[in-house]
Design a protein around this ligand. Structure first.
Ligand SMILES: [Zn+2]
Length: 572
């Protein structure tokens, strides 16, 4: 038996609670592999915490309850970790994220938090100085809303500072990119390049591209970028998975993957090199969907890799005014945003997906984007659904709307009636709150980032981060969900505070309801005997510390399938 050295607090609690004895009376085959002793365990279902111990055998939870009940499960080979009152939650689940994108972002120039265009150019130039001429320099995270001049930049200063490297840097929301002259030349973007449907090349007075690409214009240009090789994709996913696991995530998503990315995930899962679970949503490409709809969903034998979703887009994002609105932008009269796909296309793909056993998640941010998405899902659901109830046996499509940031109140109700899952990201609200009111005006804010209204209508809320758009750490999501404040505690009382969630609701959104939104709730999402042992141990209790201290809570241990995949260095 290996016992971790107890801390002074552990010794104190040990004196109060029954101490696990090491008497090896348990037959080895009945013994637990791992016992977490004397903790505060949050099963989520039910929400009330249990002060006790948890035992794991063969990757599954076999006991949760008073410490005495775990003692008979301790055998000679059992590892016992003394929690000394530390908190344990189910492994956290990010219902909407981009794992491969995170891996790429970790290798890119980080432009998050830049205070001016000059700073953006300086950071890119510093990175390019390390790379041979002609090498692509990629970056992400600029946001003109954080600059003194809150307008889209032109390529001029960037092109002047970087004449020898093609540069492509994404805006923070991923819905706009800035390119320099060298990049536009290599991708053959010029005055004669037409705007694609659902996209735009911003232009100067003479019609020349300014270097800013919006939404589908990024796709048109992006297909001409040099391809990434398989080893690079695998390296990035593995790095991102380790990064996410270290922050308490045990299941992540990859919303919109192509064939090479799927192959990389399969390679990693097959080699046992995926330290957490990943659920993949296929990108909306006709040949890719055709072959997957013919073969059906895929879950690997170890339950690490699930491929049974399709990611679709209805519109763009609010920050770049690409989100489709019913009425014009309050700060750009005449602009209704962009629909990036037709309702017919969304309904057609959703219907085929449903028949093939796949779910769809439709990106819809503006209220018009959400109308189009809900109309399409309603058509795809067809006659089998009434008032959110399945009237056709065995049919459980679990359609999702991704982001659902601005909805008319009648559509919030309709989403719940249709049984459509709201896949929302608490940190999007706190990132967008400084300018969201400018974009949509006071009246429409009633349906903005309206988590409580989703629940009040009887809808389901699956929470996530949309990393790498937002930071990976799910505790930041928990904090944003319960406070609707930024990390400085602003605004006082929270932004639109009526939409704050309780900690129980927020934890459920990041665990069981996120699992349900991925067809994984039978495996994970709560702490219960029989479920896979995916869980997190924290240094302090994120469910009980003052809300302002949630972001500082540390992940001591992350456990997936009963195996410790992350252990904080200074942790006891
Ligand atoms: Zn996303």
């Amino acid at each position: 038996m290996r016992r971790t050295p107890p801390t002074p607090l552990a010794l104190l609690l040990g004196a109060l609670a029954p101490v696990l004895t090491a008497v090896p009376t348990t037959p080895a085959e009945d013994a637990a592999d791992l016992v977490l002793a004397h903790g505060v365990l949050y099963p989520v279902d039910p929400p009330e915490p249990v002060e006790g111990s948890l035992a794991i055998r063969d990757g599954a939870i076999v006991y949760l309850g008073p410490p005495a009940g775990a003692e008979p499960l301790v055998g000679p080979e059992t590892e016992v970790i003394e929690l000394a009152g530390r908190a344990v939650t189910p492994g956290l689940i990010d219902a909407h994220s981009h794992l491969a994108g995170l891996g790429a972002a970790l290798e890119q120039v980080d432009l998050v938090g830049t205070g001016s265009y000059e700073e953006v150019v300086a950071r890119i130039a510093a990175a390019a100085a390390e790379l041979p001429a002609g090498t692509w320099v990629r970056g992400r995270g600029w946001d003109q809303n954080d600059w003194p001049v809150k307008e889209f930049p032109g390529h001029g200063p960037l092109s002047a500072a970087l004449p020898d490297h093609p540069v492509w840097v994404n805006r923070i929301d991923g819905h706009a990119a800035l390119l320099n002259t060298r990049a536009m030349a290599e991708l053959e973007i010029g005055a004669a390049t037409p705007d694609p449907p659902g996209g735009r090349f911003l232009r100067d007075a003479e019609g020349r591209p300014t270097g800013v690409l919006i939404d589908n214009a990024m796709d048109v240009a992006g297909v001409r970028l040099p391809a990434t090789d398989a080893a690079t994709i695998r390296r990035r996913i593995a790095a991102a998975a380790g990064y996410a696991a270290a922050r308490g995530l045990t299941t992540v998503t990859d919303m919109g993957v192509d064939g090479p990315t799927i192959a990389a995930y399969r390679d990693l899962a097959g080699a046992g090199e995926l330290p957490l679970r990943a659920a993949l949503f296929l990108t909306d490409s006709a040949p890719l969907l055709e072959s997957w709809f013919a073969s059906g969903p895929e879950v690997d034998p170890a339950g690490r890799l699930t491929i049974r979703g399709v990611k679709l887009y209805a519109d763009g994002a609010l920050g770049s005014r690409g989100a489709a609105l019913v009425e014009p932008y309050a700060d750009d009269p005449g602009n209704l945003g962009l629909l990036t796909a037709s309702g017919d296309h969304l309904a057609e793909v959703a219907g085929r997906a449903r028949d093939a056993g796949f779910q769809v998640g439709i990106h819809a941010i503006g209220d018009r984007g959400n109308v189009v998405a809900l109309d399409a899902l309603e058509r795809a659901l067809g006659v089998g659904w009434q008032n959110g109830r399945r009237v056709r046996d065995g049919d459980d499509p679990r359609f999702r709307i991704e982001h659902a940031q601005l909805l008319r109140l009648e559509d919030l109700a309709r989403m719940a009636e249709l049984g459509v899952i709201a896949s929302m990201q608490p940190t999007h609200a706190t990132s967008d709150m400084p300018w969201a009111g400018d974009r949509v005006g006071e009246r429409r804010l009633a349906g903005a980032y309206a988590w409580r209204k989703v629940l009040a209508a009887g809808g389901r809320l699956a929470l996530g981060s949309d990393f790498p758009v937002e930071r990976v750490d799910p505790l930041l999501g928990l904090y944003a969900a319960v406070t609707r404040q930024d990390l400085e505690g602003e605004p006082e009382g929270g932004w639109l505070p009526g939409e704050r969630l309780t900690r129980d609701e927020a934890l459920r959104g990041f665990t069981l309801d996120a699992a349900q939104s991925l067809f994984l709730e039978h495996l994970v999402g709560s702490l219960a005997p029989g479920k896979r042992a995916d869980l997190v141990v924290f240094d302090r209790d994120p469910m009980r510390v003052p809300a302002a201290e949630i972001p500082a809570v540390q992940v001591d241990l992350t456990v997936v399938d009963g195996r410790i995949v992350h252990r904080r260095e200074e942790a006891p």
